[in-house]
Design a protein. Structure first.
Length: 335
């Protein structure tokens, strides 16, 4: 995590900025490892003795939102990191995208994390030693106070620095969001990067609140997080023809009644949100897949009845799907 992510929760909020890219390739070779290790305040970074004579390569993209919550994606050569000797006040929630990460914690409890391990919650201030191969790691750096408020309990078990999160509910959706940010974050405009980090944070806090019965005390804040998470869940599952309110509520981990109430507070309905998301995707596919049949596009967007799709599309956009496709093709030719 970069130095901007090391803020204590009570300090003034930072001004959001686009994704930054920091790479050792821009640094003289003899200074590259020292440059990298000084980017991180939550751990003491070292290398295996056999690696000291070789060049070091590392790259980090990151973005920080108004609340000082940082998203980061790291790609680097093998490292050994010692935690628990500094007071960072940070909890990491992330996943290993490539490579392996060994963790030694507590009474010599050891584990090896890789791309199949799912989401990991890691306390930077608990004693632990990690060792990695060349790796690709993406995470959110969250202030401890925020995580504790969400969970209503200590983030990790007593004496441990790490816990694996169940791969259910919002977990696979949040992981997909983090992966998408790692792949495309550098191409986002400033406002888009802030929105992406905030959406990931909302999902993370909702997910963490489900791990402990006390959860978030601020009901309004949790409702905001649940609303964002629900919209993300809908976008990720538009191809399912049986995507009902019941299934959506189960997917994000709340009751159907509560889901209806959250949407009603925002003068929306779950059905309207689902229909609009499906039609937005259909409009994009009609434009970007000019030779694909309208029937297949409708099916891929969750419609099993072509006539119902055509009527819904015309109500939303004012013209039938075929006319929309022709108009968009003409617009591209003129441009």
């Amino acid at each position: 995590m970069d130095r901007n992510s090391q803020r204590e929760p009570h300090r003034p909020a930072v001004r959001p900025h686009p994704f930054n890219n920091l790479a050792t390739s821009a640094i003289p070779q003899k200074d590259r490892f020292d440059y990298w290790r000084h980017l991180f305040l939550g751990s003491i970074i070292d290398r295996d003795r056999s690696e000291w004579a070789s060049d070091f390569q590392g790259e980090m993209i990151s973005s920080t939102d108004y609340n000082g919550i940082t998203f980061a994606n790291l790609r680097a050569d093998p490292l050994i990191c010692t935690f628990g000797k500094r007071d960072s006040g940070l909890i990491l929630l992330g996943t290993v995208r490539r490579g392996t990460l060994g963790v030694r914690q507590g009474n010599d409890d050891t584990a090896t994390m890789d791309a199949g391990s799912g989401l990991i919650l890691f306390d930077c201030d608990r004693p632990a030693i990690t060792s990695s191969t060349r790796y690709d790691l993406t995470y959110l750096a969250l202030p401890r106070a925020v995580v504790t408020a969400a969970m209503g309990a200590d983030p990790t078990p007593r004496g441990k620095a790490m816990r694996l999160l169940p791969n259910q509910g919002l977990a696979p959706i949040l992981r997909a969001q983090l992966d998408a940010m790692a792949s495309h974050g550098e191409h986002l405009a400033p406002a888009e990067s802030v929105a992406a980090v905030q959406a990931a944070c909302d999902m993370a806090l909702t997910l963490l609140s489900r791990l402990h019965p006390r959860g978030i005390a601020d009901g309004e804040g949790l409702d905001d997080a649940m609303f964002t998470a629900t919209r993300r869940y809908i976008e990720a599952n538009l191809g399912h023809h049986d995507l009902t309110a019941e299934r959506i509520a189960a997917g994000v981990g709340c009751s159907r009644a509560r889901l209806y109430r959250i949407f009603a507070q925002r003068n929306q309905t779950v059905g309207d949100c689902l229909r609009e998301a499906r039609l937005r995707r259909a409009s994009r596919l009609l434009e970007t897949l000019p030779t694909e049949s309208i029937a297949l596009i409708a099916f891929d967007c969750g419609y099993t009845d072509l006539s119902a799709f055509g009527k819904a599309f015309k109500r939303q956009f004012g013209v039938p799907p075929g006319d929309w496709r022709v108009a968009r093709a003409d617009a591209r030719l003129i441009a």
